[in-house]
Design a protein. Structure first.
Length: 287
């Protein structure tokens, strides 16, 4: 596969682009995610705190079918400029929670493109775009989220998708929980986040066009599962911040595992592949 030529200076000239939007933290999406993830909480009602990490259900993309690429990703990526690399994936996120969002609360969001960088590795040319999203409510700033997206080169139809380096996951951990990442779970999360990327629900596309062994688990779904996992073991302490790095993809072909352990400031948690390697690593700070 030939390395794509990039005019990185031209792409980086877009750093500083901003956008703004408004939304309402309605109960419907949160309660549907609660059911999707089989959470034990009672039905969320007006005034209840939105669980940390569930802000992903709001400020959703709004695109008509003619605004999508063939793979279902949007042609207009918001503050991120058009990229010469067609394949877009979640790379990681860092979130700081200043105060809870409340069901029924009117909110506004501001997004800023803060960085673009490139590197070449074993999987070809990679471009990383970083955008910061801030959510404000009636009492001011509630959430700051730095989202990292990676853009990769296309592969030839029928080729296998090259696997990234695999790091063994810790085994000396007190917390473990299995997750069945079936097609229904992935479909529901795609629907709740209005994510039309076909690698998450179109098995033929994922395997024959993009070279994956099955449907791909969403990076934001994995990070949401990890935040919930940390919350379940927090002993009632509030989550102040989290930082996640995607290491390798997960698929619906086999169950994966959540693992975790406490730290001096909170905890560290991982999604772990069926082979026992790290798919996503997250550190969580607790109040």
């Amino acid at each position: 596969m030939a390395t794509t030529e990039l005019d990185l200076d031209a792409i980086r000239s877009h750093i500083g682009r901003r956008s703004a939007a408004a939304d309402v933290i309605t109960p419907g999406p949160a309660n549907l995610l609660r059911l999707t993830l089989s959470r034990p909480e009672p039905e969320l009602r007006e005034g209840d705190a939105l669980p940390p990490g569930w802000h992903k259900l709001y400020f959703l993309p709004r695109y008509r079918p003619d605004g999508l690429h063939a793979d279902g990703t949007p042609k207009d990526a918001g503050v991120i400029p058009p990229m010469p690399l067609p394949r877009r994936m979640f790379a990681g996120e860092s979130v700081r929670y200043h105060r809870p969002l409340r069901i029924g609360e009117a909110v506004r969001g501001e997004t800023e493109l803060t960085d673009i960088s490139a590197k070449t590795g074993g999987t070809g040319t990679l471009v990383f775009a970083t955008a910061v999203h801030r959510i404000f409510g009636a009492d001011g700033l509630a959430i700051e989220e730095e989202r990292r997206t990676v853009f990769r080169e296309e592969i030839k139809a029928g080729d296998r998708n090259q696997a990234p380096r695999r790091d063994p996951a810790p085994t000396d951990v007190p917390w473990r929980h299995p997750v069945e990442a079936d097609a229904v779970l992935l479909f529901r999360f795609s629907a709740l986040t209005f994510n039309s990327h076909r690698i998450h629900y179109d098995r033929k596309w994922a395997m024959e066009v993009e070279g994956y062994p099955g449907l791909v688990v969403h990076g934001p779904l994995a990070s949401t599962l990890l935040i919930d996992f940390a919350r379940d073991h927090a002993g009632g302490r509030a989550i102040r911040a989290s930082s996640a790095q995607a290491r390798a993809p997960l698929f619906d072909t086999a169950a994966f595992e959540l693992r975790g352990r406490p730290t001096d400031t909170g905890c560290e948690v991982w999604t772990v592949t069926p082979e026992g390697t790290i798919a996503m690593a997250m550190s969580v700070d607790l109040a």
